[in-house]
Design a binder for this molecule. Sequence first.
Ligand SMILES: N[C@@H](CCC(=O)N[C@@H](CS)C(=O)NCC(=O)O)C(=O)O
Length: 203
Amino acid sequence: LKIIEDKRAPNPRRVRIFAAEKGLEPVYEQIDIMRNDHNSAAFLAMNPFAGVPIMKLDDDTVISETVAICRYMEAIQPEPALLGRDARDQAIVEMWNRRMELCFLFPVAQVFRHSHPAMREREVPQVPAWAEANRPRVAAVLKHINDALAAQPFIAGPDFTIADITALVAADFMRLARLERPEDLGHFARWYEEVSARPSAAA
Ligand SMILES: N[C@@H](CCC(=O)N[C@@H](CS)C(=O)NCC(=O)O)C(=O)O
């Protein structure tokens, strides 16, 4: 397996953590999205949607989209299951991962892209008001996550899953977006410490 990525970006980190949890060792090739490598003709030929990461199979099939790449890895290496085992658990994991993507990672990314000086030339137009609009969404989802973690060890229930990976990456991305975590979220803090201590978090 070959993964083409930019190691600094959050979606590539999701795939690296997922692969590390599975014990998979893809070959990683770096591009520089701040240098616009992902809009080169060669990259666009592989992924016209211009996002990293992408995965290249031995037969040259290219798969983009983080969750699609993770699904492939789950299929070739089912253990440990990170997408749920039976129909019920798979649906619950999917529900939580979608929540973590759409209600956590996405608004954090919008705050970063629309407020950080480093993104001024990449995010055109940069709309500071859109960054501001997303700040309370992050605060709201953190509260929801904290409430869920009061009753279960991990985001989607008793087991570590892709939903924890998405949430961990979003939580760390908050620092770059200059978003502070409210201090009264004790369950979130407990969970964050645990998942950050897993070896895969350093992948
Ligand atoms: N939906 C895609 C999103 C991919 C994406 O947006 N990747 C970011 C890095 S985290 C990127 O390539 N950004 C390029 C840019 O900023 O123009 C996925 O799940 O993989």
